[in-house]
Design a protein around this ligand. Structure first.
Ligand SMILES: [Zn+2]
Length: 369
């Protein structure tokens, strides 16, 4: 008899997901079957299932009915016949980054440069992304999913499945900090410091040895909460209270910061980034990891004169995910700042649409299939 499972499926844009009974998949030779225990939800999930095809018609969603769920964590229940290292019973985070595996970028370990780059259970940035969705149609809003062994991050015992459900955004911030060359003694400016990526970048930046972190945001209460993470190393400014570039230069004796992480939310005004990027010092870096999606006016002579680098950063490698797990294992980062808000699969629609983000990047919205 075929074993069945419950999965939340989206049949149509704008409609609620329905709980459907479908067969439990069998893993292909290089895949594993994961029993999903928790799947993180981020504010952008509501945009993806309600507005995406209108906003970003060139970034395809999976064919409907589709199982979404970007950040799953769970236990390996079966392994494919060609999987020799991963064992049944292993606790894992499943990175949703899928790629072809055979192009030059994939073979050099830079899967996010692959032309097939697709975020499983979310959307693809590739024209042929549906080919990947056909291979991996199961997102995290499902009791079981298949996953390629290359996507697994092994979880230490002291990281809960709920905390692992935030690894996607912690990892994305970590990838951005790596692209910025973050390290001891540096000063950073984080745009949108109170959001999911912003708080994660702050916690990680402190762990990576940054001397000072300057951050901007809109909500004063949340800005104070971020500052409280390390009051003598963090300075915050409310957006709208003057120019962040002038503020940052003032706090750095006129030099500017070593790098800017722009972690603004989707639909944030580009003027915010336009301003904050001017706070970098000569030779500094601007890393965009946020959701701002407008054209930016740039003085390219300034880039040349001051040798500024503007870098786009998208997701992270499974190796970086493993580094994150290791930092959590040995206490270099403390994930207890995350406040779990759990929802059973039966309340998935409420969890996605009701996500008011009142506590910004401190809230951890989780579906537990
Ligand atoms: Zn590839």
């Amino acid at each position: 008899m075929t074993r069945t499972m419950t999965a939340a499926r989206l049949h149509k844009i704008g409609a609620p997901m329905t709980l459907d009974t479908i067969p439990v998949p069998t893993p292909r030779p290089n895949d594993v079957l994961v029993r999903v225990k928790a799947c993180g939800i981020v504010p952008n999930m509501a945009n993806v299932i309600n507005n995406w095809p209108t906003w970003f018609p060139h970034q395809p969603l999976p064919k409907f009915p589709a199982i979404f769920g970007l950040d799953p964590a769970g236990v390996v229940e079966e392994v494919g016949e060609a999987v020799i290292d991963v064992k049944k019973g292993t606790r894992v985070y499943v990175s949703p980054l899928r790629s072809c595996g055979s192009c030059g970028a994939c073979k050099s370990g830079k899967r996010s440069y692959c032309n097939y780059f697709t975020l499983n259970g979310y959307f693809s940035t590739a024209r042929d992304g549906q080919k990947i969705f056909d291979l991996y149609p199961f997102g995290g809003f499902s009791e079981y999913m298949t996953a390629p062994e290359y996507a697994l991050v092994i979880l230490p015992d002291n990281v809960t499945f709920e905390q692992a459900g935030r690894f996607g955004y912690l990892g994305t911030s970590y990838g951005a900090l790596k692209n910025a060359g973050a390290g001891p003694g540096q000063v950073a400016l984080i745009d949108g410091i109170t959001g999911t990526l912003g708080v994660a970048a702050t916690v990680l930046g402190l762990a990576m040895g940054l001397s000072r972190i300057l951050g901007t945001g809109r909500d004063e209460r949340l800005l104070s909460r971020v500052k409280a993470l390390a009051p003598n190393r963090i300075e915050v400014m409310k957006l709208g209270d003057g120019l962040s570039s002038e503020w940052a230069k003032r706090l750095t004796g006129g030099d500017g910061v070593d790098f800017v992480i722009s972690a603004l939310g989707a639909r944030a005004p580009i003027a915010t980034m336009q301003d904050s990027m001017k706070s970098v010092r000569r030779g500094g870096k601007i890393v965009n990891v946020g959701g701002a999606a407008e054209n930016l006016t740039i003085d390219v002579k300034w880039l040349m004169d001051e040798q500024i680098q503007l870098i786009g950063s998208n997701w992270f490698t499974a190796t970086q995910g493993q580094e994150l797990a290791e930092m959590a294992r040995c206490g270099t980062i403390d994930l207890s700042y995350l406040e779990d808000k759990r929802f059973p699969l039966t309340r998935v629609n409420e969890a996605i649409s009701g996500l008011k983000d009142r506590d910004g990047g401190f809230s951890n919205y989780i579906v537990t299939p």
